[in-house]
Design a protein around this ligand. Structure first.
Ligand SMILES: Cc1cc2nc3c(=O)[nH]c(=O)nc-3n(C[C@H](O)[C@H](O)[C@H](O)COP(=O)(O)OP(=O)(O)OC[C@H]3O[C@@H](n4cnc5c(N)ncnc54)[C@H](O)[C@@H]3O)c2cc1C
Ligand SMILES: *[C@@H]1O[C@H](CO)[C@@H](O)[C@H](O)[C@H]1NC(C)=O
Ligand SMILES: *[C@@H]1O[C@H](CO)[C@@H](O)[C@H](O)[C@H]1NC(C)=O
Ligand SMILES: *[C@@H]1O[C@H](CO)[C@@H](O)[C@H](O)[C@H]1NC(C)=O
Ligand SMILES: *[C@@H]1O[C@H](CO)[C@@H](O)[C@H](O)[C@H]1NC(C)=O
Length: 342
């Protein structure tokens, strides 16, 4: 019997399941996750496996997103622990971020309050063209590995996973369902029922290269570009190089000029990448599920049942998603007052 359906098996769906079990104390055997794509799959319509997996400063400056980041940063160790420690695909590494323009006090003051080893880079050490920089210790995800291990763990506790593509929202309501969590990412744009035209893709292209000698993150944020270098934990020395932030571009194809541009920008930012011959293992593109107005975490009643939306994580599903799951589950508890029945 599935009392709670989580539609979507990306990182946001899995974090939501975790919050349901640990916070609302829903029995795992009462939860079913439905997804057209499940961990292990690769598709342009499934964003989670494509992420670089750093915790960085991409999130907007609004108070909600800053609090989701903080919640995730300070609570995700609990998930790492039950999944068996750093080898699950989640580890901590040093990180440096530079901005061409000062990102604003709201963000910096928030980050200063919780990031481990937070330091401002002295202005004499800033690369040419940048205005501000920080160093800290960050979470690094090996996204495909972490998703797979997270699913295996949840299945062991009793959660079931079902592969199914829904063509209408009503199909998510199984006979005993009291609530559906809508964690459909970019799928929220096209699924009929209540198509959300505020959802749009922000395309990224990344390279996966072999570079075991690089064990730290480095990013540079410009007004309309992002350059980043992210080691993938427990991957045999893989390094992610990126990237692009292209609004409203739906293509999953990759482009040679973009590959060249990524190599140019990342090796300028960190010349020691070239201390070993550059071996490109893969070139990939992904669509960040962005939304005008930010993430949507809202509850509504549909035919006496509760529908809780939790999508629009754009470029920060890994780093903010646990906070999103937490808020969605709070809505479930307060709006639904149904958890007692489960
Ligand atoms: C290049 C790139 C780099 C990134 N780097 C980072 C990073 O470093 N850090 C970070 O935090 N974030 C990063 N992101 C963003 C992150 O990947 C996303 O925020 C996150 O994956 C979104 O997860 P999601 O669960 O909302 O969506 P998805 O992973 O897309 O999952 C959606 C789920 O819903 C299902 N679904 C949708 N519609 C239907 C339907 N009609 N029927 C059935 N199932 C359906 C899908 O099959 C899937 O299971 C990056 C993204 C890209 C593209
Ligand atoms: C991705 O989803 C869109 C919208 O539903 C669909 O038109 C497209 O065929 C899908 N692409 C793949 C590769 O599944
Ligand atoms: C680094 O982090 C930001 C958000 O956390 C993300 O959007 C960006 O794409 C990441 N880099 C890679 C290579 O994924
Ligand atoms: C999820 O939300 C989107 C946007 O409102 C909508 O198109 C879709 O039907 C919803 N899915 C479910 C299962 O409620
Ligand atoms: C999408 O991005 C690619 C690569 O940058 C570009 O060639 C293409 O023209 C873009 N498409 C649209 C519709 O913007």
């Amino acid at each position: 019997m599935s009392n709670v359906v989580v539609l979507g098996s990306g990182i946001v769906g899995l974090y939501t399941v975790w919050s349901l079990i640990t916070e609302a104390k829903v029995k795992p055997s009462k939860i079913v996750v439905i997804g057209e794509h499940l961990p292990g799959d690769l598709s342009i319509n499934y964003t989670s496996p494509w992420a670089g997996g750093n915790f960085s400063c991409i999130s907007p400056n609004d108070a909600d997103t800053l609090s989701f980041d903080k919640f995730t940063y300070t609570n995700v160790a609990k998930i790492q622990k039950v999944l068996g420690g750093p080898s699950c695909g989640l580890d901590m590494k040093p990180s440096t971020e530079f901005w061409d323009e000062y990102p604003g006090d709201a963000k910096i003051n928030s980050l200063k309050g919780y990031l481990k080893d937070f330091k401002v880079v002295p202005s004499s050490e800033l690369p040419a063209g940048t205005a501000f920089g920080i160093t800290f210790t960050t979470w690094n995800f090996n996204c495909p590995l972490f998703l797979a291990n997270f699913r295996t763990y949840l299945e062991k506790t009793g959660v079931s996973f079902r592969r199914q593509k829904l063509t209408h929202i009503s199909q998510a309501y199984l006979p005993h369902t009291v609530a559906v969590f809508n964690c459909t990412g970019i799928g929220a744009f096209s699924l009929s029922g209540v198509k959300d035209s505020k959802v749009y893709p922000t395309r990224g292209q990344v390279l996966v290269v072999k570079a075991p000698h690089i064990q730290e993150n480095r990013m540079r944020w410009g007004a309309d570009y992002a350059t980043y270098i992210i080691p993938r934990p427990n991957s045999g020395g893989k390094l992610i190089l990126g990237g692009f932030l292209q609004k409203d571009n739906w293509t999953g194809d990759t482009f040679e000029e973009e590959t060249k541009d990524i190599i140019k920008r990342t090796t300028e930012l960190m010349p020691k990448i070239l201390d070993q011959p550059l071996e490109i293992l893969a070139v990939a593109a992904g669509l960040r599920p962005s939304r005008h107005g930010g993430v949507r975490i809202e509850a509504e009643k549909v035919e006496e049942k509760l529908l809780i939306h939790n999508y629009g994580a754009s470029g920060y599903g890994y780093q903010a998603g646990l906070g999103m799951g937490h808020k969605a589950v709070q809505l479930f508890q307060t709006t639904g007052k149904v958890s007692a029945k489960l």
